[in-house]
Each structure stands twice: as C-alpha cells, then as structure tokens.
Design a protein. Structure first.
Length: 300
C-alpha cells in the first residue's frame, strides 16, 4: 500500500513538473535557444511576402519583444522560428506549446481568455464593412438580401448580426479560409461585402490590383482590443512581453511603427493603407492594459 501511495505521489510530482515546464516559456526558450512566433499569411498586422518571409506591424513589434526576451535571458543568440497560423488554429497552437508568441491580429475577448493570455493591447480595432465602390452599399441597412463574406474562425458576422441596426435584415454568409480568400470573394463578385477588422480591410484593399474599386463604408460594428497572444498561467513570460510593449510605447517605437505600416507605402505593392491612429488606440497606449473586448463594449 505504501509503495502504491509513494508511486502515486511521484507520478503527481512528475506531472506537476511537466505542467510547470509547459507553462515556463522563458525556461523553454532558454533551453532550446529558440522562440516560435505565430505569424499570419494575410492579416492586416502580419502577412507573408513569400519564400518564408513575414512582415507587418505586429511582426515588427514582436521582433522588438524577441530582442528584449534575448536580453532578459542573457542569450548571445536567439533563433526565431516562424509558425504560420490561421484564425481557426491559432488558439490551440498557443495552448499546446507549438507557438510561444502569436503575432497575428487576435481579438482579446473573455472566451479566449479562458484558454490563453494576452499581452497589453497594441491596437484597438474597429470592425467595418468593405464593398465595391460602385455597389451602392453604404451601411448595414443596405446589406438586406446581399451576400456577406467573412473569415472562418472570426467573430465579425456574429458582431454584425448582434448590431441593433441589423434588426430585420436578412443576408447570406460566405466564409473564406483566410482574409485574402475572403477578400477574393468580394473582388470576384461572389460576395457583396466583406465584414472584418478595419486594418485587414484597408490592407487587402491597398494590396489589390485596383484599390480605387473598393471602399470601407458604414457604421463601426464593434470596437475590439487586438493583442499578442501567449500561453495562460505564465506570469513571468507575460511580464517580459508586457514590459517590452510598454517600453516601445514610452520610447516612441510603437508610434514610429504605426507611421511605417499605416501611413507610408508598404510592401509588396508599395501602396499606403492610410489608416490614421485612432483615439481608442491612443487611449490603450496611454493606459496599457489587457482588458477584453467586453470591457470596451460596456463603456459604450
């Protein structure tokens, strides 16, 4: 009996140690000499240039974070590995340890906070509607009887349906596998509108063959804090990530990156997104926090 109890105690300790290791990202990074960054193929804040090259606003913020992690750990070298993620798999890949730092464009909400943690907000998004410039659609009321595209694994269409102005409006939903696929549904005429984060809409329009053919219209459907996602229950790692972002706000790096990515020509087509820094994002930078979108909704 005593042997059984001892064996169970040892097993419990081993399991506890494995759990602690899984939630000690700094130790994992130090031991491996590498960090795995979750990147997106076609998000407004992180996208690919092809040939394994990634770039974007959040990509640059994360490059600065990774430098600070390297400095914190006292490592002479830290390899960055890139793991492409989608709207559907990004949360599980952070949960299971595949991705250490998810640098796409993920909304911090109460549901996701049950599974993962978020760094302090880097960008406050406004969900909007993109249409063809000649469509005659100017807002929610004009979507009745239309086909609305959005991306699988995102919350934008639910947000649209919940909007008080959408009462009595009937529209068909069409889902793209990623943001560029959703935009293609609009571009090709299979969808009449694409509902998504304003930065993603602006970025896809800017990168399209004919940007003047599209416009962003109508009401702001929701305000959503966008943040870098990390594993849950790892306060030491969260502190290093948060401290890096706060330092980038304080020294002006974040403002410079905004200017670089939203107000100047960007690759690959060297077009300008033209998305001014919003008051909501300015407020998030002035008072760094990791509040979920439900807190923003409560203020409205």
């Amino acid at each position: 009996m005593n042997k059984q109890v001892l064996a169970l105690a040892i097993a419990a300790l081993a399991a506890g140690g494995a759990f602690a290791q899984a939630n000690d990202t700094l130790a994992k990074i130090k031991a491996s000499g590498s960090i795995t960054e979750g990147v997106r193929e076609s998000s407004g804040l992180s996208y690919t240039l092809g040939n394994g090259q990634y770039t974007g606003f959040h990509y640059d913020i994360c490059a600065n974070i990774i430098k600070d992690i390297q400095k914190h750990l006292g490592l002479a070298k830290l390899e960055t590995k890139y793991q492409p993620v989608t709207s559907q798999n990004r949360v599980p890949l952070v949960q299971n340890g595949t991705v250490d730092l998810e640098c796409g464009s993920t909304t911090n909400n109460a549901t996701r906070q049950k599974d993962v943690s978020f760094a302090v907000t880097t960008y406050v998004e406004e969900v909007r509607i993109a249409v063809k410039a000649n469509s005659g659609i100017n807002g929610i009321k004009d979507l009745n009887g239309k086909t609305v595209a959005t991306t699988t694994g995102t919350t934008s269409v639910q947000t649209l349906r919940k909007n008080e102005r959408a009462g009595g409006i009937d529209f068909k939903e069409l889902y793209g596998k990623d943001h560029s696929d959703s935009f293609l549904l609009l571009e090709s005429g299979r969808a009449d509108a694409f509902v998504m984060d304003g930065s993603i809409l602006a970025s896809n329009i800017a990168k399209s063959k004919s940007p003047a053919d599209f416009k962003i219209v109508g009401e702001v459907l929701s305000v959503e804090p966008i943040a870098i996602m990390i594993r849950k229950d790892d306060p030491a790692f969260k502190k290093v990530v948060d401290d890096s972002i706060k330092a980038q706000i304080k020294n002006g790096d974040l403002a410079k990156l905004w200017d670089k990515w939203f107000l100047k020509p960007i690759p690959p087509a060297n077009v300008t997104v033209n998305l001014p820094l919003s008051d909501a994002t300015k407020a998030a930078w002035a008072n760094p926090n990791d509040k979920p979108m439900e807190d923003y909704a409560a203020k409205k």
